[in-house]
Design a protein around this ligand. Structure first.
Ligand code: SAM
Ligand code: SF4
Length: 339
């Protein structure tokens, strides 16, 4: 098996970029209250990268040393033909250039696709799930149905895929089921990561300060029931982890607003329109779609554009919820950059 190419993407702060998150669609079959407004306008098809363009882009990043690829959205599994894309990208797993191919999903289509994903080398995935209560689930996701997601989780586990549950901490919504939810994950051998609501996109009537439940608070609640052992799991990402001493279960906390995680950032994001975002919390971006389309048969310009973009990766983000106002708020939705 061939090994990965030498890392070529090193930013001005010495961070090597080995992790690419790619959004394959801005569309979704849910309308989660913290992510989308009820009436979203989606992009016209011509603005989206085709599956072939997505493949070419990802493959170019892999050629420059990216070893982990996360497919996201919108809901990645509602993109038509997305299994063709997974199948094609899996050749980089076979060659050894890519170490991990994964995705973040709301779980609604997993029952349909879990076996295919497993056969294309997907070994673990993140499933977003904020509550185990059917009514609350319908309220938070607006369009989702909990049993469909739970069936999807079972299908993925049966296909041999490991699951991490991503739970957004939402004040007044999932506070009351915290301990039960953690036990539910433990019983199924699932790790769980809690996420603070981030100030992304215009939410209409929803107010992000009302939704904000601090993970400091959540963690203190957990410590009343379990003994929390700090563990060093270095993913290069924003989560820090504890282990519940009694069960061995791992719990992660993503606290971008109350904790700075930028020093070890090893990732960039590409939207479904081929725009590279150097940082989730900054407006800076680079249009790679134009470069792709202007140079259909030659990747030299694309590689140069990617390197130039990495040269502009900022040191970090400016989110701040302090003093009852949201500073550093981003105008784009998480479904646009892919979370
Ligand atoms: N549709 C897929 C899903 O829900 O997993 C993938 C895309 S979704 C944008 C990726 C992640 O972003 C989800 O875990 C979701 O909960 C999270 N997310 C969306 N909006 C957020 C916000 N404003 N603050 C914190 N997390 C958010
Ligand atoms: Fe869709 Fe995921 Fe956004 Fe929910 S969080 S609306 S599932 S993209």
């Amino acid at each position: 098996m061939a090994s990965s190419p030498t890392p070529n993407l090193i930013d001005p702060f010495g961070r090597t970029i080995t992790y690419l998150r790619v959004s394959v669609t801005d569309r979704c079959d849910f309308r989660c209250v913290y992510c989308m407004s009820e009436n979203m306008t989606f992009l016209p098809k011509k603005d989206l990268l085709t599956l072939e363009e997505l493949d070419r882009l990802c493959s170019t990043f892999i050629g420059q040393g990216v070893t982990k690829l996360r497919i996201t959205g919108g809901e990645p599994l509602v993109r038509r033909g997305v299994m063709t894309f997974f199948k094609s990208i899996s050749r980089h797993l076979e060659s050894g250039a890519l170490k991990e191919l994964t995705l973040t999903t709301n779980g609604s289509q997993l029952k349909k696709f879990a076996r295919d994903l497993a056969s294309f080398g997907v070994r673990r995935i993140n499933v977003s799930l904020d509550t185990l209560n059917e009514e609350k689930f319908a309220k938070i996701t607006r369009w989702g149905r909990l049993p469909q997601v739970l069936d999807g989780i079972d299908a993925a586990l049966s296909a041999g895929i490991d699951i991490k549950i991503n739970t957004v901490a939402i004040k007044g919504e999932n506070e009351d089921e915290l301990e039960d939810f953690v036990r539910w994950c433990g019983d199924r051998g699932l790790s769980q990561t809690f996420i603070e609501v981030m100030p992304m996109g215009e939410m209409g009537e929803e107010n992000r300060l009302d939704q904000f439940w601090s993970l400091k608070d959540l963690r203190a609640r957990l410590a009343q029931t379990w003994r929390l052992k700090e563990i060093a799991l270095t993913t290069g990402g924003p989560a820090n982890y504890v282990e519940l001493a009694e069960t061995g279960q791992k719990i992660g906390f993503i606290t971008p607003l109350s904790h700075n995680f930028c020093e070890s950032c090893n990732r960039v994001r590409v939207t479904c329109t081929g725009h590279l975002f150097q940082c989730l919390g900054q407006e800076i971006e680079t249009d790679l779609r134009q470069v792709l389309r202007d140079n259909p048969d030659d990747d030299t310009a694309l590689i140069s554009a990617i390197k130039a973009a990495i040269d502009k990766k900022p040191r970090g983000h400016d989110f701040d919820y302090s003093r009852q106002k949201i500073a550093g708020e981003m105008s784009r939705h998480m479904s646009h950059t892919g979370g």
